[in-house]
Design a protein around this ligand. Structure first.
Ligand code: ZN
Length: 131
């Protein structure tokens, strides 16, 4: 897909139709907040069975600066999931990003954060292992 379709330029706005799905990355501290992350994960699975819950990553992966797991979900779940997360994230920091095909931009310019903005390890994108 042409690059200009995935981000706003001086002459044209980006088209949200380029969003194929979304990820929410739920960050936690293995020593202090893993229990809350587990409870949130169970609640997501119950409330949103169409979401795909990724593996636990206690060790850092990709651009993520803390332990996390990924929640992948379809575009038609966004309107229900965002307010649910606002009320239920239980103090955890969450990165919400679209999947447009441009991983770098999706994790930076396109990202929305809940609770805090964490500094991503952007070198990961040079290695192609971001997700
Ligand atoms: Zn992701």
């Amino acid at each position: 897909m042409p690059d200009e379709m995935t981000h706003a330029t001086m002459t044209s706005p980006a088209n949200p139709a380029t969003i194929e799905s979304y990820h929410a990355h739920v960050y936690y501290d293995p020593a202090s907040t893993r229990d809350r992350a587990e409870r949130l994960r169970e609640r997501i699975a119950t409330a949103f069975p169409q979401a795909r819950l990724g593996r636990w990553h206690d060790k850092l992966v990709g651009p993520h600066p803390q332990s996390m797991y990924q929640v992948a979900f379809p575009t038609d779940m966004l309107a229900a999931f965002v307010p649910w997360l606002m009320l239920n994230r239980d103090g955890l920091t969450i990165l919400l990003h679209p999947e447009t095909g441009n991983a770098y931009r999706d994790h930076t310019a396109h990202a929305a954060w809940f609770g805090a903005v964490l500094p991503l390890r952007l070198d990961a994108f040079k290695n192609g292992d971001a997700d």
